[in-house]
Ligand binder design. Structure first.
Ligand code: F6R
Length: 364
C-alpha cells in the first residue's frame, strides 16, 4: 500500500498535488468557485456578520490560513478557536455568524462538541471534513468534503493542504457573493489555485536537497520557525510537524516578536527555519533573520529569491517557485513537511507512528 515509498507519510506528502486537484476541480465551474455539488445554497454565503473557525491541531492551523484569506477580502471579524477551549467558553455567536469546523477524521471529540455548541446558536455551520459520513459531517448544516483520500500516517500532511485549498475557494466565493471582488479577480485567483499542484511538484523535486540539510537538524534539541503574516501561520504548522515526529522542541514565532523575549533562546547552532515570501514584510523579516544569524543560529531560509548567498542572512537558502504571495504557503508547507520527515527518519524514528499519538482523537 505504500506504493514503493518507505513510509506512508512520504507517500502522502507526494500525493498532495493529486489530492488538491481532486478537491478543487468539482468546485470550479467556468473558472469560478461553485459549491452546487456540495448542495451549499448561495444564501449560505450571504448576510454573514462574522466567522468562527474551530478545529484542533493541524486542522486549526489550516483554519488560521483560512482566516487570513477570508478576512483580507471580507473585512469582517474572523476568529480561529481551539475546539477544546471554544466548547467551554461563552460563545460570542448569533444567527448571522458562520461557524466553520475543520477535521480530517470528522470524529475529533472536542471539534464535534464545539460544533454541537455552535449548532445551538446558528444554522450557518459548515464542516470541512475528509472522512465521508463521519459524525462532524453528519451534524453540520453543510459539508465540504476534502478528497485527500485515506491518510494513514499519524502526522497530517495532505489533509492540511486540501483543507487550505478549500478555504481558498470559500474565501473567493464569500468575497464574490458579497461583491468584494470582481468576477475577473475571482477568475485570476482560481486560475492560480489550479496551478498550485504543478508548483508543489516542483518543490517535491527538491526532496533530496532537503534530506541533505536535515543532517544538520538531527542533533538539535530546539528549533524555531519564524515568519510574518501568512508565513507565520505556516510556521505554526511547520513547528508542530517537527515536534510530533522528530521529538525536537520546536516553536513558531511571529518574527517581530523575537526581540520581546525569545531571542534569548537563540544560541550557537540552533536551527531557525525562516520564511520570507510576503513582499509587504520581506525587508522586516530579513532584518529579524539577521538578528538571529548574528547570534549564531543555523538559518534555513525559504524565499522566492533566486539565490541568497549573503552569509549574514542564512546558511541554506531554499528557492520557492515564483507564485503570488498568497499562494506560497502551499510550497513552504511541503518543505516544512519534508524537513520534519527527513529529520525523523535521520534520527531513526518511525514518522508514521510517533509515540503517544493516535490518528483520531476521540477522547477528551
Ligand atoms: C498533526 C495532526 C493533528 C490533527 C488533530 C485534528 O499532524 O494530525 O494535530 O490535525 O488531531 O484531527 P482531525 O483533523 O481529525 O480533527
Amino acid at each position: 500500500q505504500k506504493d514503493g515509498y518507505p513510509h506512508f507519510m512520504i507517500k502522502e506528502i507526494h500525493e498532495q498535488p493529486a489530492a488538491i486537484t481532486r478537491t478543487i476541480t468539482p468546485r470550479i465551474k467556468d473558472m469560478l468557485p461553485d459549491f452546487s455539488e456540495d448542495a451549499i445554497a448561495d444564501s449560505f454565503f450571504e448576510n454573514v456578520s462574522d466567522i468562527t473557525i474551530v478545529a484542533c491541531g493541524t486542522a486549526m492551523y489550516a483554519g488560521m490560513v483560512g482566516k487570513t484569506m477570508i478576512q483580507n477580502r471580507l473585512h469582517i471579524p474572523v476568529t480561529v478557536a481551539i475546539a477544546s477551549e471554544f466548547r467551554y467558553e461563552e460563545p460570542v455567536i448569533n444567527e448571522k455568524s458562520m461557524v466553520i469546523v475543520v477535521s480530517q477524521s470528522g470524529e475529533t471529540i472536542d471539534t464535534l462538541e464545539a460544533l454541537r455548541l455552535a449548532n445551538k446558536y446558528t444554522k450557518k455551520t459548515l464542516s470541512i471534513v475528509n472522512v465521508k459520513g463521519s459524525s462532524i459531517a453528519r451534524e453540520s448544516s453543510y459539508v465540504l468534503y476534502t478528497h485527500a483520500g485515506p491518510e494513514i500516517a499519524v502526522a497530517s500532511t495532505k489533509a492540511y493542504t486540501v483543507q487550505v485549498a478549500s478555504f481558498y475557494l470559500l474565501a473567493c466565493k464569500l468575497a464574490m457573493t458579497q461583491q468584494k471582488i470582481s468576477v475577473e479577480e475571482a477568475r485570476t485567483f482560481v486560475g492560480t489555485l489550479q496551478e498550485i499542484p504543478n508548483y508543489i511538484e516542483e518543490v517535491l523535486a527538491q526532496a533530496p536537497d532537503i534530506e541533505q540539510l536535515t543532517k544538520r537538524m538531527i542533533n538539535a534539541n530546539n528549533a524555531f520557525f519564524i515568519g510574518r503574516g501568512l508565513d507565520y501561520t505556516l510556521c505554526m504548522e511547520g513547528a508542530l510537524k517537527l515536534k510530533e515526529i522528530s521529538y525536537i522542541h520546536a516553536e513558531a514565532y511571529a518574527a517581530g516578536e523575537l526581540k520581546h523575549g525569545t531571542i534569548a533562546l537563540v544560541s550557537e547552532g540552533v536551527p531557525v527555519i525562516a520564511a520570507a515570501t510576503q513582499k509587504h514584510v520581506y525587508s522586516k523579516v530579513i532584518s529579524n533573520i539577521r538578528e538571529v544569524k548574528a547570534r549564531g543560529a543555523y538559518v534555513i531560509l525559504l524565499s522566492k529569491d533566486k539565490e541568497i548567498t549573503d552569509p549574514s542572512i542564512c546558511d541554506v537558502h531554499i528557492n520557492l517557485p515564483d507564485v503570488s504571495d498568497e499562494f506560497t504557503i502551499f510550497e513552504s508547507v511541503v518543505i516544512f513537511q519534508l524537513i520534519a520527515y527527513y529529520t525523523s527518519v535521520g534520527k531513526g524514528l518511525n514518522p508514521d507512528q510517533p509515540r503517544n499519538l493516535a490518528k483520531s482523537v476521540t477522547v477528551e
